[in-house]
Design a protein around this ligand. Sequence first.
Ligand code: ANZ
Length: 862
Amino acid sequence: MEKIYQPNKIEPLVQTNWDNKKTFMVTEDFHRKKYYCLSMLPYPSGNLHMGHVRNYTIGDVISRYQRLLGKNVLQPIGWDAFGLPAEHAAILNHTPPSIWTYSNICTMKTQLKSLGFAYDWSRELITCQPEYYRWEQWFFTILYQKGLVYKKKSLVNWCPKDQTVLANEQVINNCCWRCNTKIQYKCIPQWFIKITKYADQLLYDLDILTDWPQQVKTMQRNWIGRSNGLEISFKILNSNNVVTIYTTRPDTIMGATYIAISIEHPLSKNIINNNNFLNYNFKNSQIYQTNQYKNLITETQGINTGMYAIHPLNHNILPIWISNYVSIKYGTGAIMGVPAHNQEDWRFANKYNLPMQSVILDINNKKPKVDTHAMVYKGTLFNSGEFNKLNHQVACEKITKKLINQGIAKHKVCYRIQDWCISRQRYWGVPIPMIILKNGNIVSVPSNQLPVVLPENITTNNVFNPLKSDDWIHTIYKNSPASRESDTFDTFMESSWYYARYTCPNYTSGMLSSQAVNYWLPIDQYIGGIEHATMHLIYFRFYHKLMRDIGLVNSVEPAKRLLCQGMVLSDAFYYINKNNEQIWVSPLHVTVKYDKKGHIIQAIDDDGNHLTHLGMVKMSKSKKNGINPDIMIKKYGADTVRLFIMFAAPVNMPLEWKETNIMGVHRFLKRLWRLVYEHINNGPVETLNINILNNQQTILRRKVHKTILKVTDDIDRRHMFNTAIASIMKLINHLISVPKKNQQDRALLHESLLSIIRMLYPFTPHITFVLWQALGAEGDIDHSTWPIGDKTALIERTKTIIIQINGKTRDTIDVVNNTPEHTIYDLVSQKDSTALKYLRNKKIIKTIYIQNKIINFITEKK
Ligand code: ANZ
């Protein structure tokens, strides 16, 4: 063993050892408990960032820990290789997206390897390979046959920058999730998967997921947005038609003063088509562009249709309006306007001077004031005839019953979630395996003609998309000319089922091998960012249920336990240049002065600019505060980086990247190395005999086993890796200070080191690999077992007895529990007892002994 810890020397050697021995390659073993640990797969953007490093370190720590528990651990990795950045980069560099993608994969793979992650590399998946997406296409055709897929011309979100449509989940605050460009709406034919058919299952099965973060489950519940309401039909005056509205507040019906319908409501269409004036108004208003979704519009607009509806209870005549705040995609696309009690309606009625009628008392049981806003409290009814004085609940029930009895209402459940739009008008994706026949009918590509392979090695530009060219589109189906679908799948499709394919990546007889997939699934631990709560994590659960219903998997949910790691933050600095622009400077080029409390008081960059310190913020390219993992690994080694990441904060909390703290962690590993080095240099050790340990040794052993039990509980149950590491560090610091004189001291140190090294293995697998060998332990540490805390070592075996002479404390003595009085007397009589000198030449006339506590010798008075 070398005297000095040199991570850059040992880490590559250990990694080569793992590669050569294929240490982390696994297969199904029905005699062993399996553990499937998965971190969300990376997009091959070019370089690993610290967010990736944190995500994958957490996964690796959990995997290695489970491994030492004796489980058959699967930890795979792959690449989410389709997507727009590749196209952008390809356009910029005039190279095909595939070249850019594969070269990034190569770089990032080297980075992952340098961090020593225990992946089964034989299962690596690259989603842009036909062997992978062939099954995605096949699955889509099956869904089509089952009626779970349809093509529909519909108003969809359009990102003008990325030149593609987006699913609703991918629109955040009205902007594209990827490039933050404000979205527009377009009416084009698109493919959809019927996720709404699974809305209830996706909602109710959240209750099974007891080990998922509450926050994610709440976000999913809100996203699904199940609403229990009533459909009510209002007669149209002078017509045989009705207009059916959707409401969740039937108790407010007596306050309805108008009806509003969506622009795309069949009734609006008639009106608009038949009325030149309205048609003109409609086309020139902003309504059409903004009407997409409940609550998304910025300005409410309306057109009075001139038609009226009849209120079913008070028979009032209510005007029918067309408005953009009513969405065709929700409820029935029509509402009853209750401006006194619904803020949206209030805004509309206020703008168009429609009457307001309050019918619900406020929280103080007073008539509400509605001149500045609606009163939305669900209080007692008034102005409502036979329903006056009823509370919200009872009023809803009674009014519902009455309307149902009249035959004009029925219960209805609505969802906020919409069907998943999966068509993308981009080149670098999985071709949608569909064919449009001459007669307009659509058929799926027969399974024996799959995969429909995307032409690679093509240099595109923003205008030229090879899939839109005649070459691609023209095809033959059953000897007749036909057209290929030229859109590609949303790339979230690839990441919706990759976790299942990892269990049988090379299976060629079908999408999934049932033996492999049902052995490994569900995932025991899934790890990824919270930003996926309502995108990937919904699609992934949905896909699992689809696969189950097609008989491909047995389980109900894909992942038992979910962990969302916190962000990685670092200091961000900027200055304002002559042109009044904000210029960000990387922390690596900043010299900082701190006050005594560690606050930054001055920051200057390499060019002498005085900088403003924004604080600790999420590492990002735009703020130039990202830290390159490669530089850190080179400087301190992968083990230090990994240990720091796990030590600096609880896994679900933000992590502050501070180099001074990394240095501290690095020094700790050096101390551990030295401790082992010195111990080995002191020669061979005897076997430990716990029956002959002295008091101090017993106490030390108790400390070691107490730490094992605590670290196990911290990692296993609490997922508090940072406190686990703190306990290990404390123990090592203690071991450095204890005596190493006699053989049992050294035997005990040896036992302690073997336990500590195994506890550190998940965090720092390289150094522990080497130290394990240096200590002469059997086999590679990768095949050892997690140390077991010996609970009997925790039992206090000794007691300190106070020795008094005539009531005065003169000494103490450590004895084994429940030592009898005469033995204590013998011990005190031994020559080296301090108490002895007080007893010399004195006659003991009485002894008072309280077992395990105190002994008092009363002597004869002279
Ligand atoms: C009358 C009323 C009175 C309403 C009141 C609310 C409060 P949730 O609970 O989220 O499902 N609504 C129905 N369909 C709509 C559509 N297509 N576009 C826009 N708004 C629509 O919301 C249900 C409520 O949203 C419904 O209940 C309806 O307004 C409105 F004091 O009806 B309510």
